[in-house]
Write a protein that binds this ligand. Structure first.
Ligand code: ZN
Length: 157
């Protein structure tokens, strides 16, 4: 799955929680959920032709999201993005250092859930646009109280 779509999903989920740790965990879970869905992907020898533009678009997307997220919601949103992107550190790790930063069992699990096809680019772009629209609408309402799905127990009632 394109990293840009992981960024968008992680940000949307980060908006729904009030604690950065929860957002990180939910973002991490979203990575594997999205990777398990049939998605776009190319063989490793063509990876950089996709990864470079995708990485740049993903970074620009993070900057735009951070700019448009109210300050009091920014940390959970960025934590959601971090969690949603973290498992794909194996790609730059292998490309630049010839090794993944993760243990073998983690990489086997991550690789085993992939259902990639180079013919699914339109589906991937469509999913990204849908996630972008969802996130934009959520950000427009982010100043007010949102119905938070995952709330951190505060101990007070
Ligand atoms: Zn992945």
């Amino acid at each position: 799955m394109l990293i840009t779509n992981h960024v968008l999903a992680g940000a949307a989920l980060g908006l729904l929680v009030d604690h950065p740790g929860t957002a990180l965990a939910v973002g991490l879970a979203s990575h594997f959920a999205l990777d398990a869905v049939p998605h776009f992907g190319v063989p490793r020898e063509h990876l950089m032709r996709v990864a470079v533009p995708d990485g740049l678009v993903g970074l620009a997307t993070i900057a735009v999201i951070a700019r448009h997220t109210p300050a009091h919601r920014r940390l959970p949103v960025l934590a959601g993005i971090l969690g949603s992107c973290l498992p794909d550190l194996d790609k730059p790790g292998r490309q630049f250092f010839d090794r993944s930063p993760f243990p073998d069992w983690f990489d086997r699990f991550h690789g085993g859930i992939q259902h990639e096809s180079a013919r699914r680019l339109p589906l991937e772009v469509g999913a990204g646009l849908a996630l972008g629209v969802l996130l934009r609408r959520s950000l427009q309402r982010a100043d007010g109280p949102l119905p938070r799905v995952f709330t951190w127990p505060t101990g007070s009632s």
